[in-house]
Design a protein around this ligand. Structure first.
Ligand code: HEC
Length: 112
């Protein structure tokens, strides 16, 4: 009985680790195919046109991808990297923004 429970627990832990990895892999693939025309391959650094994006919360990334613009009300403590309005919206990515955001955050360099 006890072992069965442990097995189920272990199984679900392993499953969620795989699910997380799948989410990150998907986010990376979508970032590399949709964002690096302007942003850097490394989201910690400036790209050819777009800025680094590791500081942008999910709400900001969602607004940029869905509308091209920053949200009308910015999250507390977030300062946009640019005042320009050069990014175009890519709304077909709507359901995958959390995956892209998760991957970008997984790449974020710790501040020294
Ligand atoms: C056509 C070029 C272009 C593409 C493609 C593009 N961006 Fe951008 N992005 C920009 C520019 C330029 C800015 C700076 C603000 C502006 O001018 O819109 C920006 C800003 C951002 C910001 C805000 C960063 C900050 O901290 O201020 C996020 C987040 C972002 N982009 C995410 C993405 C994601 C995710 C993708 C791919 C799905 C993407 N962008 C594709 C050009 C682009």
């Amino acid at each position: 009985m006890k072992f069965k429970f442990m097995g189920a627990l272990l199984g679900s832990l392993i499953f969620s680790a795989y699910a997380d990895q799948a989410l990150l892999d998907k986010g990376k693939k979508l970032y590399l195919s949709n964002c690096i025309a302007c942003h850097n391959k490394d989201p910690n650094m400036k790209g050819s046109i777009g800025p680094e994006m590791v500081d942008a919360p999910l709400a900001v990334m969602t607004s940029k991808v869905m509308t091209g613009g920053y949200p009308a009300v910015l999250p507390v403590g977030f300062v946009p990297k640019r005042k320009t309005k050069a990014m175009k919206k890519i709304p077909k990515l709507q359901k995958d923004i959390p995956a892209i955001h998760a991957w970008v955050q997984s790449m974020k360099k710790k501040k020294k």
